[in-house]
Design a protein around this ligand. Sequence first.
Ligand code: PGA
Length: 254
Amino acid sequence: MNRTNIIAGNWKMNMTLDEGKALATEIVKQATDNGVKAIIAPPYYLLESVRQIIGNSKHVFLAAQNCHQEAAGAYTGEISVNMLKSVGVDYIIIGHSERRNYFDETNKMLTKKVNLALQAGLDVIFCCGESLTIREDNAHVQHVKRQLRESLFHLYENEFSRIVIAYEPIWAIGTGEVATPLQAQEMHAEIRKIVSNNYDDRIAQATTILYGGSCKPSNAEALFAKPDVDGGLIGGASLKAEDFLKLLEMRAAK
Ligand code: PGA
């Protein structure tokens, strides 16, 4: 099994210019080549500065938090995939639950974003996950299956191999309520099964699946110990260099 281990930090709408540069500098300075990819996803306006700070590091990578679903044109305030490519972004986070919920992003819109990103040569961190109501109705597996089917499963195998999946139960994002290691493992194994059924087992075994939702140094060890959890997409705990670096170390030690 040759999956990539990843710890990705989603800074969301945080960090001023100086704060962001200082945080990125600290991470790049201290992140070691320990076999885990560190990915930093700052707000758009910081991408170019963080790109320069990362330089040509072999283990720290740059992600955007979103992109627009059209290639170019009259979309005031939006950012295109080609703009992101031109500043040297490596990954784009697509389908974060905050985008789905606050900005009404549908599976269909996300398909367009995924296609544009892959066509431009950028890799994708694709987020999926259920709300509390859906989990209470025991419909979470079906829900995630639908998210994957409607936004990703049109891809050819070689395209799908450039997708990292982030499973982020909405009830655990920014709430302090983390999924139990068992809940995370169960869902990650289900996702791998869904991928296997749609492609094949070889592809499913090679797919990196990250857990996201209140993951931090105090609870990551048990999550990272689970066989189908390949790392984390980290919000709150990615805003402190010490915590983010600790998570990288913890993943490497697993
Ligand atoms: P959180 O966010 O770690 O602050 O819960 C995770 C995410 O939204 O990716």
